[in-house]
Design a protein around this ligand. Structure first.
Ligand SMILES: [Zn+2]
Length: 467
């Protein structure tokens, strides 16, 4: 008798498991029709592309707290309104503006008053040299260890030139960027310890060109702040070659950049209310600020469009999400993340339940998969849904995902995700004058919008990240 009961239970368990798998398969079959429809809508609409053109042409330089940023906020607010979500509003945050000032002048001094001009841009947050500029011999290093070995005896009174290239052997250029970024973010204070008077930093890009790439730097010691300037990779190679034959080469630097008092600015937020669980919120966003050299098209106007178009695509396809979709266009990812901090603080204060934080901040390349910072069970649950996305080239599932802004939600226990675009050309544009609308491909934008909509649709429907 006991044997019969056990056998019955095993058979029942098997059947119920089989039935569950079968119903998932049938459901996914239906979903493949919905996802095909989302892709069709995205690939036949230029909405996101047109909005990006408007943003980048009317508000190309959007450093937090600047006039360009304020214009960008107005444009994005109106674009979101036009998508007709349930609500659009501004969330205040105090921006800490930094002003580049006059065009930087940087050159290698040659005999008889001649010079070789270098393509240079001050790093965000740097102090200026003063109107007269400064000139000194240059000492080249590729690491803080090399700098330490040279010591004060070889560094004092000189310009330290950081020349570590992004490693081309790494498949993901983002990893090369991560390994080389220390020279930009922390190089000035480290060099100042040994008496350097300024730093030149090789631009963080994985090709040789004449675009200087700016980016944020920070002073560890605010009592000893020295100017820090990026030079193009072409110029870094040139300077390095010349230093090998003549280590007494001198470089002149003149920058007039400075930090300004804090001003009120805003995150721009829109919501599409959920049908079944409106109190659970899917946060999806990009950052509305950009560096001041290009138009902030890849970084990160296109990320804003990816998030915004989810609203259009859901509405166009008559999809009612279970949870509330909240599009957050974050202020100030590039320097102090004041927008992301204000958003996370508000979520915490209100005790809101954020189901997931999704961020697009890796450019407008064709999507290849997903990054995910979540529990192994949540990742496995999502992996089971991914087969349905294979026809759209979305194969990869990387452990680790999200973005700088939604990263502030992690301490609240929120899983974070991002769509992974092809990474190989992103650093050509990143933080440089090359980051323009002209370098945006409409079809890749459309594919990015569709991938974000498909992601939100699936994780909402299947409760992938919890109940
Ligand atoms: Zn960015």
């Amino acid at each position: 008798m006991r044997k019969l009961v056990v056998l019955t239970l095993i058979a029942f368990g098997f059947c119920s498991c089989y039935a569950q798998e079968n119903s998932l398969a049938i459901s996914l079959q239906n979903d493949s029709i919905v996802i095909a429809s989302l892709y069709k809508s995205a690939l036949t609409s230029s909405g996101g592309y047109d909005n990006l053109r408007e943003l980048t042409s009317k508000a190309p330089h959007r450093l937090a707290g600047s006039e360009g940023c304020a214009n960008g906020i107005k444009i994005l607010f109106n674009q979101l309104k036009a998508l007709n979500p349930d609500t659009v509003y501004l969330q205040p945050a105090m921006a800490l503006p930094w002003l580049r000032g006059e065009k930087e002048v940087v050159y290698i001094e040659l005999p008889k008053g001649k010079r070789i001009l270098l393509h240079a841009s001050a790093l965000g947050g740097s102090v200026g040299t003063g109107l007269k500029g400064l000139a000194a011999e240059v000492v080249e290093v590729k690491s803080f260890e090399e700098l330490k070995a040279l010591g004060e005896a070889n560094v004092k009174g000189k310009i330290v030139f950081y020349n570590l290239a992004m490693d081309p052997a790494l498949f993901n250029p983002g990893e090369g960027y991560g390994r080389a970024a220390f020279q930009r973010t922390a190089g000035a204070s480290e060099a100042a310890k040994y008496g350097a008077i300024a730093t030149l930093v090789r631009s963080l890009t994985n090709r040789i060109d004449t675009f200087p790439h700016t980016g944020v730097m920070r002073y560890a010691d605010t009592t000893n702040m020295i100017p820090s300037v990026a030079i193009s990779t072409f110029d870094a190679e040139l300077l390095s070659t010349r230093l090998k034959s003549d280590p007494t080469q001198r470089v002149f630097i003149r920058t007039t950049c400075k930090s300004l008092p804090a001003v009120v600015s805003y995150n721009v937020i829109a919501e599409l209310k959920g049908g079944e669980k409106p109190e659970e919120i899917i946060t999806i966003g990009g950052h509305l600020d950009s560096w001041d050299l290009g138009e902030g098209a890849h970084d990160d106007g296109v990320g804003c469009m990816h998030a915004m178009e989810v609203i259009r695509l859901f509405k166009q396809n008559g999809i009612q999400p279970k949870r509330t979709i909240r599009v957050v266009l974050f202020l100030d990812e590039e320097t102090h993340q004041v927008g992301a901090k204000a958003y996370a603080a508000s979520v915490k204060d209100k005790g809101e339940k954020i189901y997931v934080g999704i961020e697009s901040d890796s450019g407008g390349g064709a999507p290849k998969g997903f990054g995910m910072s979540a529990s192994p069970a949540q990742m496995e649950s999502f992996r089971q849904l991914m087969g349905i996305l294979a026809p759209y080239d979305l194969y990869q599932l990387r452990n680790g995902g999200g973005g700088v802004d939604v990263g502030f939600l992690k301490p609240l226990g929120v899983p974070t995700m991002n769509v992974l675009p092809s990474p190989h050309r992103y650093f050509y544009y990143h933080h440089s004058a090359f980051d323009t609308f002209k370098e945006i491909d409409m079809r890749e934008v459309q594919l990015g919008c569709a991938a974000h909509a498909a992601l939100v649709y699936l994780i909402d429907k299947y409760d992938t990240l919890g109940s």
